[in-house]
Ligand binder design. Structure first.
Ligand code: SF4
Ligand code: ZN
Ligand code: ZN
Length: 327
């Protein structure tokens, strides 16, 4: 973690380059500029607004469903979307959607932070769980699967179910857009992971320009308004705004030597000598995803014989396969 975010009050590097008045609290290495807390906050909000308009993420009549875990990214996302929507005449109210995977001692706490935030700002908050939707908590599911020869990292099962539930429940709630709190660091990390595993169709699907990211019969349009903000800036922003959030990490992420974690450490280390690393990866992702999108656009997917969703499998999609196994 960047040293700068450990203690915001202690960090002083001179005068803010933006206003020339206040003491700086953050140095943005890739831009070579320092910021006071006020100017950094303004700059971050400007970046979010610009990202939303550059990638045509929202239209005035959208019904936005915001994925809310209670962690810093999703809280910052919801807070900013709320501000953006306030400027839109007659905007439909946002709905925050939390998925409780059933991770003992962790998710209950983060959902508490999510609930507190929604109560404070009067936002409708929907909470749905793995238990309610697929019959088992993630903890129970892992207990069941861990003796299997093909047992995978907990995140594989977790992400597969959560992605589907977020999408389906957001559609049930009448959403037209599903907003997710992925930041620049997440995007860079995911891109590198997809390259390492040669998951080119996935890269193509994630392009912000891809037609398939617009809502269709199966999937709601997904937007990532924080995708140009490095994780450390979001940490500073949330502290300067004094917004409560849940800061602990998922025990499964701590416990398992996930490759993703190694990839993240690699990026963090590289950033020390090349601060533009994440931006280069982001730009690479945008360019490559556009090339791959054109490459894959004429390939017709198969459809799952159980749920009807598009799938690269021949018969049953991975989600239905897993749900069948645990039932
Ligand atoms: S770290 Fe992995 S197991 Fe934990 S909530 Fe995230 S995806 Fe699920
Ligand atoms: Zn300033
Ligand atoms: Zn299916």
């Amino acid at each position: 973690m960047n040293e700068q975010i450990k203690d915001l009050d202690m960090f002083e590097v001179g005068t803010c380059d933006q206003c020339g008045k206040n003491t700086s609290v953050y140095y943005r290495p890739h831009a070579g500029q320092s910021f006071c807390s006020r100017c950094l906050t303004k700059s971050i909000e400007r970046i979010i607004n610009k990202t939303v308009s550059k990638y045509n993420m929202l239209s005035p009549d959208d019904k936005i469903i915001v994925g809310l875990s209670g962690g810093k990214d999703s809280i910052v996302l919801l807070y900013n979307l709320m501000k953006i929507q306030k400027k839109v005449y007659d905007a439909k109210p946002l709905i925050a959607l939390s998925i409780d995977e059933g991770i003992n001692g962790y998710r209950t706490q983060s959902i508490k932070s999510a609930r507190k935030f929604c109560q404070r700002f009067g936002i409708r908050h929907e909470i749905h769980s793995f238990k309610e939707k697929v019959g088992k908590t993630l903890d129970e599911l892992l207990n069941l699967k861990k003796s299997d020869i093909d047992f995978r990292y907990p995140c594989n099962y977790c992400a597969l179910i959560r992605r589907r539930l977020l999408n389906d429940i957001a559609i049930e709630l009448g959403g037209t857009v599903l907003a997710l709190g992925h930041n620049l660091t997440d995007i860079a990390e995911t891109f590198l992971m997809n390259i390492l595993f040669k998951r080119f169709p996935l890269i193509a699907q994630q392009s912000p320009f891809d037609e398939s990211v617009k809502s269709n019969t199966y999937y709601l349009k997904k937007i990532r308004p924080l995708m140009k903000l490095p994780e450390e800036e979001i940490s500073i922003y949330i502290k300067s705004k004094k917004l409560d959030y849940y800061s602990d990490k998922c025990p499964y992420r701590k416990q398992f030597p996930i490759l993703r974690k190694k990839v993240l450490n690699f990026i963090v280390n590289l950033k020390e000598t090349s601060p533009e690393t994440e931006f280069n990866l982001f730009n690479g992702f945008i360019e490559l995803s556009e090339i791959l999108r054109k490459e894959y656009k004429d390939i017709n997917p198969n459809f799952c014989s159980l749920c009807g969703y598009p799938t690269s499998n021949y018969d049953i999609c991975s989600y239905c396969q897993l749900v069948q196994e645990i039932k």
